[in-house]
Design a protein around this ligand. Sequence first.
Ligand SMILES: [Mn+2]
Length: 257
Amino acid sequence: MQTKLIHEVRAVKSKKELENIVKAQRIAERVLGDVLKELKDGVTEIEIANFIKKSFVKYGAPILSFPPIVAFGKNTANIHHEPGETKLKKPIRGGATVIMFDFGCTVNHYCSDMTRTYFWGEPNAKQKKIYLGVLKAMELAMNKVGLGEKRAKIIDETVRNFLGKNFGLKRPTLMAKQTEGFPHGLGHGVGTVIHEWPNFKPKSEDILPVGCVMTIEPGLYFKNFGGIRIEDMILITKNGYKNLTNVSKDVQSAILK
Ligand SMILES: [Mn+2]
């Protein structure tokens, strides 16, 4: 028998482990539903982040995967934005204010992870184009996984090439020190820690084992524009995948008037 490494064993989830991840995700979805009703002109990122934390406590999941990300407007360009005093308001010159949420909780120590981006107001053509591009990138990645591709690098590359070509990114395959474009991996394993093996990255040699849970989270970021990221969690199956995230992401449902 061949030896295995502990991160490879941990990546493959038992039925019980998977149940915990899905439960955590369902709770996060309820919280997201509540949060959308809480949005109003003048509310701050911190107020919304606090509401998210309170809601997780209310639903019996007080231990979060990571501090919730709530970003309004240009703050969405920062992939690790910390919620601050920025107030939600519609832009004066048309278009929408971009809103980004990235959060998850734990159930029996198993994490969930989800990102959704919304428009506060009617998005302009550029905002819509970027949203649809990120959505399309996600679909391409899922299709690739759906065809049985297990090489993490190839799946990441599919998205990087598509976004690079369609959005004029200079060096779409290089991420180091970039802050614009698509400066992060396409996704990561999820388990008792929020970022675990395997990883979707340009230089990743990882092969996705059947039974691991991965995020798919393409994003596009531009300094004086903001960012758009959409993130689902999927279970890798023998022939493809199962999407574990149950929140709509079509552009119409992303527009909050
Ligand atoms: Mn993630």
